[in-house]
Design a protein. Structure first.
Length: 221
């Protein structure tokens, strides 16, 4: 497994590797469970003809095997959840460090600055969110964020994990054809910067965060 992960990491991002490992491990776990259950079913067919003491012993043995399998699944689920969570957090930090500086400002909480507002408008981000808000809100609700910071992180993560959906095709086309942008710095100077999909995802994430918080006033701020 380590060799496979290293090979994947040489071609893809850590987040993609995490998802790939999750899929591989899930398929293996399902196959393992199916094999175990089939084996148990085949053995149980012959139990009814056994003497009572042997019958009880066989049943107890199968119960122990099932408990061991469930424990293994629980352990794998925890490890995979941690792997994906760590990968998402690393990817989020990378985007926030690059895109956050250029397109937002920290005003308790973080808001889009003039660069971010302009990018959101120019790329069609407002229309994109209006058309697909329900899709993203539903995905975030399944993650059950507890705090506003969780909501902010999950909004970015949900957008990241959805970029292969057809809904992102117009945004990707816009990024591909977009010229370099002149951005304003906090000191009043300007600079030129190329925009990538991470920048677009970032400026989408803050309005998505705000919308989720509007729908869920119970979230801890």
């Amino acid at each position: 497994m380590d060799t496979i992960v290293q090979a994947l990491q040489s071609f893809f991002s850590e987040y993609v590797v995490a998802v790939a490992v999750l899929i591989i491990a899930s398929v293996w776990a399902i196959w393992k469970l199916a094999t175990s259950f089939q084996s148990m079913r085949d053995k149980v067919k012959g139990i009814d003809d056994l003497p009572c003491s042997h019958h009880t012993s066989k049943i107890e043995k199968h119960d122990e095997q099932f408990a061991d399998t469930r424990a293994l699944m629980s352990k794998m689920e925890g490890q995979l959840e941690l792997l994906v969570q760590n990968s998402v957090e690393k990817s989020n930090r990378k985007i926030k460090k690059k895109s956050g500086y250029a397109f937002s400002a920290k005003h308790s909480p973080r808001h889009l600055n003039q660069n971010g507002i302009a990018l959101l408008s120019d790329c069609g981000g407002n229309e994109f969110l209006n058309a697909n808000m329900g899709f993203f809100i539903d995905k975030m609700e399944k993650l059950q964020p507890k705090t506003a910071l969780d909501v902010e992180d999950m909004a970015l993560a949900v957008l990241q994990t959805s970029t292969n959906e057809d809904m992102f095709i117009p945004l990707k086309s816009w990024v591909y054809n977009a010229p370099s942008r002149v951005l304003s710095n906090s000191d009043g100077s300007t600079r030129t910067q190329d925009v990538d999909l991470d920048d677009v995802i970032f400026v989408l994430s803050l309005p998505l965060r705000d919308r989720y918080l509007e729908l869920h006033p119970e979230i801890i701020r």
